[in-house]
Design a protein around this ligand. Structure first.
Ligand SMILES: [Zn+2]
Length: 287
């Protein structure tokens, strides 16, 4: 267990080496000041966990699952607090994991897929973008991604590729449609313990410092929320600024395109949802 003070002093020691002004970084100073986007996925099934995530201080971006019991209320609350809301669109995975309502699947034809996605968007107010929930099967399918991006383009939204397979074509198809897009760099909580989350958070800060920006995705696990409650207040001391996904899109206009990354953690095969059964989000019936 790392205390709040422990995290702060650990960061201050390491953080000094990462500041953009240091000699090591100065030679390849990025074009934009280091910024970090943190997205919390999977909101909507559990009210308490959702509210805890939304109450985190700072410009976190919230990805909400469509047609879930608390989706609308959580989106409204986040919006009232000036936070960004995006649709967390469930897409079919190779491992056949349960997707929940509003899922986009391989068996759907073009019209079905567009109709489901439109209904997903309509189920959540205030969305400015979309990212994929799971999707290791669907995001490798160029035709399906064409159907998805057609709707995203019509609605004038951005796309964040969660990169749940190294062979994703989703961000490439978004680019072909002229849709602003981002790629996930780091999953914060493939393992739900503080030491692991701390390492991943440091990795996200390091990537942001190296290339000017990074996108980290986490989930509303108690361990993740507790960690972020301690780490977010000192984030600017690490030389990075927390901004929303759409703010990063605006900053990156005219920047070189991102490159898809290889997966680094075995849990990535579970689409960033490598959680034991005991901590699965609770069902609609329990609220
Ligand atoms: Zn998800």
């Amino acid at each position: 267990m790392i205390s709040a003070k422990g995290i702060q002093s650990l960061f201050l020691i390491i953080g000094l080496c990462w500041l953009p002004g240091s000699a090591a970084i100065a030679a390849s100073k990025p074009a934009i000041a280091p910024v970090l986007v943190i997205v919390i996925d999977d909101l909507g099934d559990n009210r308490g966990r959702g509210l805890a995530a939304i109450n985190l201080k700072g410009k976190i971006t919230y990805a909400i699952l469509p047609h879930t019991p608390h989706a609308k209320a959580l989106a409204k609350k986040a919006h009232q607090l000036g936070k960004e809301v995006i649709l967390h669109a469930p897409m079919e995975s190779k491992s056949g994991l349960r997707l929940g309502p509003g899922a986009l699947e391989q068996r759907h034809d073009s019209e079905q897929l567009k109709s489901i996605l439109n209904s997903d968007f309509d189920s959540i107010p205030f969305v400015s973008g979309i990212n994929n929930h799971m999707g290791s099967l669907l995001t490798e399918d160029r035709q399906k991604m064409n159907d998805v991006m057609g709707i995203v383009h019509q609605r004038n939204l951005f796309f964040l590729d969660s990169v749940t397979t190294p062979k994703t074509v989703a961000w490439k198809v978004a680019r072909e449609h002229g849709i602003p897009y981002l790629l996930r760099d780091v999953f914060l909580d493939n393992e739900q313990n503080e030491e692991y989350i701390h390492q991943q958070f440091k990795q996200a800060v390091k990537e942001a410092t190296k290339k000017g920006y990074a996108v980290a995705i986490g989930h509303p696990y108690p361990e993740t929320i507790q960690y972020l409650e301690k780490a977010l207040p000192i984030i600017e001391q690490l030389g990075v600024k927390l901004i929303s996904a759409s703010e990063l899109i605006r900053l990156r206009t005219g920047q070189p395109l991102l490159l898809a990354k290889e997966q680094q953690h075995p849990c990535d095969q579970y689409e960033g949802h490598c959680l034991p059964e005991s901590v699965q989000p609770d069902s609609a019936n329990s609220h």
